[in-house]
Design a protein around this ligand. Sequence first.
Ligand code: FAD
Length: 419
Amino acid sequence: MDLDFTPAEQAFRAEVRDWLAAHVPSRLPSMDTREGFEAHRAWEARLADARLSVVSWPEEHGGRSASPIEWLIFEEEYWASGAPARVSQNGIFLLAPTLFTFGTPSQQAAFLGRMARAEDVWAQAWSEPEAGSDLAALSSRAVKVEGGWLLHGRKTWSSRAAFASHGFGLFRTSGSRHHGLTYVLFSLEDVAVRPIAQLDGTPGFAELLFDGVFVPDAMVLGEPGQGWKIAMATTSSERGLTLRSPGRFLATAERLVALARTADPALQDRAARCLVDAEAYRLHTFGAVKGELGATTSMGKVFWSELDLRMHALAMDLLGPCAAETPVVRAAICSRSLGRSTRGHERDPAQHHRRTRPGAAPMNFSFTSEQLAFAAAVREVLRDRCGPRRPRVVLEGADRARLLRGARAGGGWRAGPHH
Ligand SMILES: Cc1cc2nc3c(=O)[nH]c(=O)nc-3n(C[C@H](O)[C@H](O)[C@H](O)COP(=O)(O)OP(=O)(O)OC[C@H]3O[C@@H](n4cnc5c(N)ncnc54)[C@H](O)[C@@H]3O)c2cc1C
């Protein structure tokens, strides 16, 4: 396999690197706050002005028709530069590929350009209180009326939906289980949005309540009843390359290696292993895009999800109490489902196979014992401050300082003493 980059690819890398070096903002507030959400949108609009928001899309929708190799190059440079995570990721990485395949030209014209500039931010609305891993059990309905559909039901765990403008979801229009589902796009303006506070109080998710919300026929993606097939195209993107490009892991692994320079040799070994694995994932991916994607991407996901877990654990071991300050650990303690597998995993056949194969190790994407113990310490602080009622606060000031004074004890964390 030829892994050399062409002169055009090298020129593209140089252009992206230079632009990012000149424009990446130093640090944005969390995208799970209104202020941070807007700051992330503004950043993505700047990316779009430079035609760097969606490089792999066709020019007419704001892209550059970049090849998969160029897209991987872009991602490497993006994450290496320390640029912010993409607030529009569910739209540009999940919905957009589905729109390219199943959308009508007028749907593509109406949504893609606005999505690329983060004028519209899309949230995925699939999960329901009684339909998570078993997505086909969903019960939200779309009822046909003159010129459109009335949506009824309840969706949950919709990332970014607290501040997003649009959603894409599956609704039952007939049949049962996988049959008779319809893929519907909708504006969140008419939907009751109930933000879900994470452990730190910021609303990273929302519940969406539909009480006869009208959507016109033009908002149905594909044919009514075809929803499962279209949703599987979206999950291919979710478990495929686009959501977790190798550049993301490489940048993190390089930071871990830098952090480990003065650490003990065992930690240095683990950092080196992360770097080697991130590079292996990168080479595997370049090989895959030069060949055929398909099932390879699912195997890639098994690999990166486990690498992700190891990198998070190592970051905590390297940083000690300071780890609480890092986005990695913040994300861990803020996740709504401590101890559970994370999003999309259950929908991935490769993961499912691995989980159920006799003698296989159990699926391992839950948090480490350190992360769980750390989260327990956070809860302890919150309980002291707020009582048994589930708190909706942001830790700051003395509480935060108290938590950060937490000492490591027996492989876990405990909150520091009161002052
Ligand atoms: C960070 C994050 C972001 C998310 N964002 C979104 C979003 O934007 N939009 C959205 O629609 N959803 C979102 N979700 C929800 C997610 O996609 C899944 O719906 C959810 O993780 C699984 O559903 P559940 O929580 O009801 O768990 P359940 O389905 O109840 O599963 C609970 C446990 O049982 C296990 N389990 C389930 N079925 C089996 C089986 N057959 N065999 C063995 N074990 C099984 C699971 O592995 C899990 O450990 C998000 C979840 C997370 C954690």
